[in-house]
Design a binder for this molecule. Structure first.
Ligand SMILES: *Cc1c(COP(=O)(O)O)cnc(C)c1O
Length: 397
C-alpha cells in the first residue's frame, strides 16, 4: 500500500475536507460519495443568496462563475467549454445524446455485456420501435471488451458504439482508448458512459476519441445530487437533434427553429443553480487534488481491499477485467447482500448492493444475482479497509 509521507499528507487533507470521515467508513463512492465541505458550502451559500434576493438576481451575480464551470468541466475531460452541456444526471446526458441521433431502420448499435441497464433500456426501446439492432460485442476471458471481436463486427451500418468505461458492478475498466482507435476507423459515433470513471480515472476526450461522453456529479466526482454533464464533440453536433429543446437550446427565426451551435443545445433553461455551482466546485476540487494521484491511490487501495477480502472465509471477490477501478464487488457465502449491507450500515460502514437489474447482461452471463459493492476514494484509508474487513468477518460469523 502507498504509505509515503506525501501521500499520507494528501489523504489527511482529503479527510479534513470531508467531515463525515470522523464518524463513518464510507465505501459507497460508486453510489453517492461524501462531498467535500467546499462543495456543500458553495451550494448552501447560493441558496442563502436566493433567499435574500431571489433566484434570478442570485444567478446574475454568479454568471462568471457559472461560465467558468463549463471551462472547468471541459478541462476535466480534455474537451472545449463549448462542447459541454450541464444536465441533472448521467442518464439524462446519455439519453439526450442517444435520442438525438436520427436513427434509421437497419442501423446497428454495438455495446458490451456490462452495459448499464438504463442505457440498455433506451437502446432496446429504439431497437423495437425503429428496427435498429442492438448487439453485444464479446468479452475476453478476463472480462474486457474483445477488441478483435469489435473489429469484426464493425461495418457501415454501425451507427454507434456505446461503452461504459467503468461498469457499476465492479472491477473492470474498459480499454476505451483502444476501443476509440478502432471505432475512429468507421463511420460510427463513439459514446462513452463515464459515470463511474469521472472523478477516479483521468479521461481525455481526444485520447479516447469519443464523440460524446456522459457523466454524473454525485459519484466519484463528489458533487451534489441532481447534477451531471455531457461532452459532445463539436464536429458531430450537426448530426444531432435533441428530442427536447426550449428557448435555451435554440431560438425561432422566421418560424423556424435554430438550435444553438454548441453543446448547450442539449440543455433546458431551468436548473438548480446552487447544485450547478456545487458541480463546478467539485470539479475544481478534484483537479486541485490531482487526478493522477487520486487514480493511483484509489487503484491501490481497491487492490488492497480485494486482497484482504479474498482472505476472509466465505467471501468471493467477483471483479473482472485486466485493469480495475476503485469499485470492489463480492459475494459473502450464503448471506444475502442486502442483509450484510444493513448490518454494516448499523455499524457506521457504508456499502451498497449491486443488483442484477443494474447490469443485467453481465450479471446474467456470470450467473450472479446480487453483490455487495464497496467503492473507495481518496479520503479512505488502509485502516478503514482493515476495519471494514473486520466488520465483514464479524457480521458473517
Ligand atoms: C450510476 C450509473 C449511471 C446512472 O447515473 P445517474 O446519474 O443516476 O443517471 C449510468 N451509468 C453507469 C455506469 C452508472 O454506474
Amino acid at each position: 500500500m502507498i504509505t509515503d509521507s506525501a501521500t499520507l499528507e494528501k489523504v489527511a487533507k482529503s479527510r479534513a475536507d470531508t467531515p463525515a470521515c470522523d464518524t463513518v467508513v464510507h465505501f459507497d463512492n460508486a453510489g453517492s460519495s461524501l462531498p467535500p465541505r467546499q462543495v456543500v458550502d458553495r451550494v448552501v451559500r447560493h441558496l442563502r443568496r436566493e433567499e435574500s434576493v431571489g433566484g434570478y438576481i442570485a444567478a446574475d451575480e454568479v454568471r462568471d462563475e457559472l461560465d467558468d464551470g463549463y471551462a472547468t468541466l471541459a478541462r476535466l475531460v480534455g474537451a472545449r467549454p463549448e462542447e459541454i452541456a450541464i444536465t441533472d444526471s448521467a442518464t439524462r446526458s446519455w439519453l439526450s445524446l442517444f435520442t438525438a441521433v436520427r436513427w434509421r431502420e437497419g442501423d446497428r448499435v454495438l455495446t458490451a455485456a456490462p452495459e448499464y441497464s438504463s442505457n440498455l433500456i433506451a437502446m432496446l426501446s429504439v431497437a423495437r420501435e425503429l428496427g435498429v439492432s442492438v448487439e453485444r460485442v464479446p468479452s475476453t476471458e478476463e472480462g474486457d471488451l474483445d477488441l478483435d471481436g469489435l473489429r469484426a463486427m464493425l461495418d457501415d451500418r454501425v451507427r454507434m458504439v456505446a461503452i461504459t468505461h467503468a461498469p457499476s458492478n465492479g472491477g473492470l475498466v474498459q480499454p476505451v482508448e483502444r476501443i476509440g482507435e478502432i471505432v475512429a476507423d468507421s463511420p460510427a459515433l463513439f459514446l462513452v458512459d463515464a459515470c463511474q470513471s469521472i472523478g477516479q480515472i483521468p479521461i481525455d476526450f481526444d485520447a479516447v476519441r469519443a464523440d460524446a461522453l456522459s457523466a454524473t456529479g454525485r459519484k466519484f466526482l463528489r458533487a451534489p445530487r441532481g447534477t451531471g454533464f455531457l461532452a459532445v464533440r463539436r464536429s458531430v453536433l450537426d448530426e444531432l437533434t435533441p428530442s427536447h429543446v426550449d428557448l435555451a437550446s435554440g431560438s425561432i427565426e422566421d418560424s423556424r427553429v435554430r438550435l444553438r451551435d454548441d453543446a448547450r443545445r442539449f440543455e433546458l433553461f431551468e436548473r438548480n443553480v446552487a447544485a450547478v455551482l456545487g458541480l463546478g466546485e467539485a470539479a475544481r476540487y478534484y483537479l486541485d487534488a490531482g487526478p493522477q494521484w487520486v487514480h493511483d491511490y484509489v487503484t491501490e487501495l481497491a487492490e488492497h481491499l480485494r486482497g484482504l477480502l479474498g482472505e476472509l472465509p466465505g467471501v468471493a471477490v467477483t471483479d473482472i477485467g485486466s485493469r480495475r477501478s476503485g469499485i470492489v464487488s463480492f459475494r459473502a457465502g450464503t448471506t444475502p447482500a442486502r442483509d450484510l449491507v444493513a448490518t454494516l450500515r448499523d455499524r457506521g460502514v457504508h456499502v451498497t448492493v449491486s443488483h442484477a437489474s443494474s447490469t443485467p447482461w453481465d450479471m446474467e452471463s456470470r450467473g450472479l444475482d446480487e453483490l455487495v459493492r464497496a467503492s473507495v476514494h481518496h479520503y479512505n484509508t488502509p485502516d478503514e479497509v482493515s476495519r471494514f474487513c473486520e466488520e465483514v468477518a464479524s457480521a458473517l460469523r
